[in-house]
Design a protein around this ligand. Sequence first.
Ligand SMILES: [Zn+2]
Length: 68
Amino acid sequence: MTTVKCPTCGRPVEWTGSNAFRPFCSERCRLVDLGAWIAEDRRIADPDAAAPMGEDPDREDGLPIDDR
Ligand SMILES: [Zn+2]
């Protein structure tokens, strides 16, 4: 019988085919870990951090602005 530690709470989990939540001890721990994953992914994929630069490249060339 193989036993692993639940990544979320550290409790020993029997690694069996009937344990649908392995390597987690329960669905709750599985969802907690999944939620942490999604939160981490959202933080990395922050739209502000990934804002495209140089959206208006002509501006840096000093195009004459007709202000009449
Ligand atoms: Zn657990």
